[in-house]
Design a protein around this ligand. Structure first.
Ligand code: ADP
Ligand code: ASP
Ligand code: MG
Length: 597
């Protein structure tokens, strides 16, 4: 008998009436011939309330005790849900994460699932029970209760669907699907009928809170069809699948992470190993970093900037301070009033000019872009928090996301540039399944692209419109830009670097020189031959150690990383072209233990 997993989020179980309505849905699915597992979140804002309560007692509660506290929210919901089903005359049993046997590691408040036993679940289902599972929680090897990170009930649901080989995982929530951006922020946003795992993964990790990004990782790894739909309206929602129908548009969605913080470390030695020294301290505290930008400054000094979630800022500054102690040099600066706006789309890698269209829209809206990073399927900019929603609106509008696409085309696989298969092939799945940790890092490939050149414009005035002008000019010249990074402002000036095909360098230099002169920028320098080394896989950003492992192994060979960008499916670094082959061999070795082959 086919199994179905239904997950109800906080608003969907906010009161007794809603719990009863969810219970009806579960019973309906059982009566339609399914075995049913229901995953529930804490009622309404209960988890926030508990977080707040802890904050009234202490600034720094122990993570273990936070987990003990927060897991109670879900325990309340499962019991009430089971009672609701009983009251309607059906069989149900509620279980906590520990009772199911969801084993995790011991990183409290952001634990990773290692294994799930299906024995008890299977037995209860065979006896005709609807099984009600507490979302968001597990247990470590010492029987400590752990939680999976805020929003983690999605992960419980998709993980259970994966191990039970369920037909589908239905995520019931307070919106009727996945929208082109958060409909509460931008009312013109439009619901998508389908979205690919890769785009959803990227959107979720860049701020689209409708699904937890690690639940999408899981869905992709194990090929679980995820259906995001409304708890309150009986209508189809959004299917998250490997190969959606193509919209023909280069950008599929936009996202906002409102509460970001920028950290800049200046005047550190410009030598291999510096970034590693800093990032390894951060990774050791299990903090995810994004938008890593490194610049070579004057006199053998470099600076490195990156963003973290604002909540992680105190721990991140602590880590950087430790690293500066190790390095014996450098200064720390941060800004916690910034937000990250991103455009995401599989079609981006195949089209020129997406970046300049985004920068122009932001400039026209009067938004100053503080930092830029791109990858094959996304462009992220860091902006002042005050204007962040306006920036999101400008991006949403310029890519026509509010307008339904014309007739859908044939399904698209991940683009050539993205080079990541959408769903893992069955043999790969077997490998993944054997991995001891279900959320372990999986690397699908390490590749070298040594066909590109790098250009850098120094001393770019920190005001709107310059990036737009540069990339408009380059696009008008018919050139394809691959990686773009812009560092945060240092004394009112920023540094902008990008790569183009090596054979186009001379043309690009000419065009860039004109713009640099027009806007009063500093010198344009270039490197005619750079090597882009890429590591692709699943969960590349949420595994904080990937970029770090790359930095470490390259640093050990004395290879300096000139540029870096990260996405959920890929981390790219640019190094001097002479080190391409050596760098490739060293990364293949560094990831040999997690490489699918
Ligand atoms: P639940 O409690 O059911 O897990 P969440 O609050 O976690 O619900 O997620 C649903 C919310 O996600 C919506 O109310 C919406 O505001 C927000 N959201 C953010 N980005 C998107 C998006 N792209 N599409 C739909 N909803 C989004
Ligand atoms: N209750 C948890 C939270 O609010 C988990 C979840 O809702 O998914 O983060
Ligand atoms: Mg949620």
């Amino acid at each position: 008998m086919a199994i179905i997993v239904q997950k109800f989020g906080g608003t969907s179980v906010a009161d007794a009436k809603k719990i009863l309505s969810a219970a009806h849905k579960a019973i309906g699915a059982q009566q339609a011939g399914h075995q049913v597992v229901v995953v529930v979140s804490a009622m309404g804002k209960n988890t926030d309330m508990l977080v707040d309560l802890a904050g009234q007692i202490t600034d720094r509660p122990l993570a273990r005790e936070m987990d003990m506290l927060l897991s109670t929210g879900e325990q309340v919901s499962v019991a009430l849900m089971a009672m609701a089903i009983h009251s309607l005359g059906h069989k149900a049993v509620s279980l906590t994460g520990a009772q199911i046997g969801i084993k995790t590691d011991s990183s409290h408040t952001k634990a990773r699932i290692q294994s799930i036993s299906t024995e008890r679940l299977g037995q209860l289902l065979d006896e005709g029970h609807i099984v009600i599972a507490a979302g968001f929680q597990g247990i470590d090897e010492n029987f400590n209760i752990t939680t999976l990170g805020r929003g983690g009930s999605d992960l419980t649901a998709v993980a259970l669907a994966a191990v039970l080989r369920a037909e589908a995982c239905e995520i019931y929530t307070d919106v009727d699907g996945v929208y082109t951006t958060d409909p509460r922020k931008i009312p013109e946003a439009r619901r998508m009928a389908q979205i690919s795992y890769d785009e959803m993964l990227e959107l979720a990790s860049l701020g689209a809170g409708v699904l937890h990004s690690r639940s999408v990782e899981f869905g992709k790894k194990f090929g679980v069809p995820i259906h995001v739909r409304s708890s309150f309206v009986d209508a189809p929602g959004t299917m998250v699948v490997a190969e959606p129908e193509a919209s023909g548009q280069p950008v599929g969605g936009a996202a906002l992470t409102e509460d970001e913080a920028r950290v800049t470390v200046s005047d550190v030695p410009d030598q291999p190993g510096t970034s590693y020294a800093i990032l390894s301290r951060i990774a050791a505290k299990n903090i995810s970093v994004d938008m890593i930008v490194q610049n070579v400054g004057a006199e053998g000094k470099a600076d490195i900037s990156f963003t973290v979630l604002r909540n992680d800022l105190p721990l991140a500054t602590e880590a950087v301070t430790e690293a500066l102690g190790d390095l014996g040099a450098g200064t720390l600066d941060y800004d916690d009033q910034v937000s990250k706006v991103s455009a995401v789309g599989l079609g981006m890698a195949r089209q020129t000019g997406v970046a300049h269209q985004m920068f122009r829209a932001l400039s026209d809206a009067g938004v100053n872009v503080q930092m830029i990073t791109t990858s094959e399927i996304k462009i992220s900019v860091l902006v002042e928090r005050r204007g962040a929603v306006d920036a999101l609106r400008a991006v949403h509008q310029t890519f026509g996301l509010g307008t339904p696409p014309a007739t859908p085309g044939p399904p698209v696989a991940a683009s050539k540039g993205a080079a990541v298969p959408d769903a893992l092939a069955p043999d790969a799945l077997a490998v993944v399944t054997r991995l001891a940790g279900m959320e372990d890092l999986v690397i699908e490939g390490v590749v070298l692209d040594d066909t590109q050149a790098r250009l850098t414009i120094a001393d770019v005035p920190d005001r709107p419109g310059i990036a737009a002008a540069v990339f408009e000019k380059i696009a008008a010249g018919g050139l394809f830009v691959d990686m773009i990074v812009q560092s945060s402002g240092h004394q009112g000036r920023t540094i902008l670097s990008f790569t183009v095909p090596a054979q186009d360098l001379e043309t690009a230099l000419g065009l860039t020189g004109e713009i640099a002169a027009e806007f009063g920028c500093g010198a344009v320098t270039s490197s005619p031959h750079v090597a882009k080394l890429s590591v692709s896989g699943v969960g590349m950003r949420s595994h904080t150690g990937v970029a770090m492992r790359m930095f470490k192994s390259l640093a050990e060979l004395g290879i300096n990383v000139e540029m870096i960008n990260t996405s959920e499916v890929r981390v790219n670094v640019v190094v001097d072209g002479r080190h391409g082959q050596q760098g490739l061999a060293c990364l293949q070795q560094a990831f040999a233990d997690v490489l699918l082959s």
